[in-house]
Ligand binder design. Structure first.
Ligand SMILES: N[C@@H](CCC(=O)N[C@@H](CS)C(=O)NCC(=O)O)C(=O)O
Length: 217
């Protein structure tokens, strides 16, 4: 059955991997599943036709026959449950890998997104200069805790899993900040994720989609 995902028609980052369709592309590449991409403009994203697929008017969405999914956690879990390569066979190890997916999305990504909001949308507020360090401290708290748990392991719990895919995807949002440099094992962890052939293919496909297309904010 054909899998179709949606992605930005014009990506704010010009296709450098920060838009969340990258995680879905990466999971599909790890699973060896071909997929089609339907680009959606910011305007179309808020129209009824797209909201029927995604109630919050966002990308990515995932269509496979009659199944329509939104939320990258749900989409990656769906792919991981149906195809080999992203979740261990052992039931307990599988549950732990899923726990890392939730940790990436519910515990590590929120302060990172809060920092992005503070930097991109609150720069003109009188309290911005006082608030930003507090927000960045919350990111550092999570990075320190994650670095302590990862230690010198390659992946979070045994072999590479969907938990690592999601955690690396979330940490990549910090790459341009330089904050990961203070946690060499996390920087190496992210680099290991980026070095995976499936990630490279996903990244290249996203970048190619915007070649010659001016980015929009
Ligand atoms: N929690 C959602 C977040 C989806 C999301 O924020 N998508 C962004 C692109 S990366 C988007 O569509 N932004 C445009 C908008 O919200 O209007 C997920 O993981 O799928």
């Amino acid at each position: 059955m054909t899998i179709t995902i949606t992605a930005f028609e014009r990506s704010p980052d010009g296709g450098k991997g920060l838009a969340r369709d990258t995680r879905v592309r990466w999971a599909l590449e790890e699973a060896g599943r071909p997929y089609a991409v339907r680009p959606v403009s910011f305007r179309a994203m808020k129209q009824p036709a797209h909201r029927a697929l995604h109630p919050f008017g966002q990308i990515p969405t995932y269509e496979e026959g009659d199944l329509v999914l939104f939320e990258t956690g749900a989409i990656v879990l769906h792919i991981a449950e149906r195809h080999a390569g992203l979740l261990p066979q052992d039931a307990d190890a599988r549950a732990r890998a899923i726990a890392w997916m939730f940790a990436a999305l519910n515990t590590v990504e929120p302060p990172i997104l809060e920092r992005e909001t503070a930097r991109l949308l609150e720069g003109d507020k009188a309290w911005h200069a006082a608030r930003l360090p507090l927000v960045e401290d919350r990111v550092r708290d999570r990075l320190g805790q994650l670095a302590a748990r990862l230690g010198d392991a390659d992946w979070l719990d045994g072999g590479f899993s969907a938990g690592d895919l999601m955690m690396v995807s979330v940490l990549l949002r910090l790459q341009s900040s330089g904050m990961l440099d203070d946690y060499p094992n996390l920087a190496a962890y992210v680099a290991r994720g980026e070095a995976r052939p499936a990630y490279r293919r996903a990244f290249a496909a996203q970048l190619a989609a915007y070649a010659g297309t001016p980015a929009t904010g």
